[in-house]
Write a protein that binds this ligand. Structure first.
Ligand SMILES: CC(=O)[C@@H](O)[C@H](O)COP(=O)(O)O
Ligand SMILES: NCC(=O)COP(=O)(O)O
Length: 263
């Protein structure tokens, strides 16, 4: 692994769960667009918002306001459906991240099975790309999925960090970190830009932030929850500080067990 300071890593702030709280009462507060503008002012490098098919948090109007009001990149997460492709190609956000979706799920469980649906996904990726949108695929860090992502013309993969974040013990965390490290190295070697996210917190971000190939982290649920106690600007600044520190001496900050040189 690299031992010199790495280039800074971008933080994409996911504001979905501001909308979850708003929707609990059906009114207009708290406003996710106001949160996004606050995040932008506090140093967020991008804003991520997931327009779910069931509109349980972010709604169509939130996205059009985000598109109009933000000056940092907007990353629209969405299922790879006809409806969502039509919305995205009309909205033209900076990026679209295609994610798997099941109505019954509480949150996004696992990555998109790109290998199993290459034909349909490649035509949807092409339509988004033709509209000038940078396309990312939210996948598990598996060689088969990474190879399929390159075949269908994605520019970016976002590696799902949920299994790492939820690993119950140190051994499981080491194993999942090693898997992420292998996936990140492979994806970068195939020319993909590598992002990561899901379930990241102050406590588990450092080894992921220290991976040289990972240039962007998307973090939401933890930041929005922690903002209740500390305020959103302070929370964003603290997370960015942890990410920056992880990249100063990546060898010390990455978990030694995750070092792909040792595998
Ligand atoms: C794809 C993904 O990881 C995000 O969309 C994020 O977790 C917030 O949305 P949900 O909690 O609704 O999955
Ligand atoms: N793609 C991951 C994301 O946007 C944020 O996930 P989480 O931090 O809300 O779990």
């Amino acid at each position: 692994m690299t031992s010199f300071p790495l280039r800074p890593q971008r933080l994409g702030v996911n504001i979905d769960h501001v909308a979850t709280v708003r929707n609990a009462r059906g009114g207009s507060d708290p406003d996710p667009v106001r949160a996004a503008l606050l995040a932008q002012a506090a140093g967020a490098d991008g804003i991520t918002a997931h327009l779910r098919e069931d509109r349980r948090h972010i709604r169509d109007r939130d996205l059009s306001r985000l598109r109009a009001e933000l000056s940092i990149p907007l990353n629209m997460e969405m299922a790879a459906t006809e409806e969502m492709v039509a919305i995205a190609t009309s909205l033209r956000p900076h990026a679209c991240c295609l994610v798997p979706e099941r109505r019954e799920e509480v949150t996004t469980e696992g990555g998109l099975d790109v290998a199993a649906q290459e034909t349909v996904l490649s035509s949807r990726v092409a339509r988004l790309r033709d509209a000038g949108i940078r396309v990312s695929l939210f996948i598990d860090p598996d060689a088969e999925q990474i190879a399929a992502a390159t075949r269908i013309g994605a520019a970016v993969v976002e590696l799902h960090t949920g299994a790492y974040a939820e690993a119950g013990d140190e051994e499981g965390q080491f194993r999942e970190l090693a898997r992420l490290a292998r996936g990140a190295t492979l994806a970068a070697s195939m020319g993909l830009e590598v992002h990561a996210g899901h379930g990241l917190t102050y406590d588990n971000v450092t080894p992921v932030a220290a991976r040289p190939e990972i240039v962007e982290l998307n973090i939401g649920h933890f930041l929005i929850g922690q903002a209740i106690f500390d305020g959103l600007p302070a929370v964003i600044r603290h997370m960015k500080g942890l990410m920056a520190h992880a990249r100063v001496r990546p060898q010390e900050n990455a978990d030694p067990q995750s070092d792909d040189d040792e595998e």
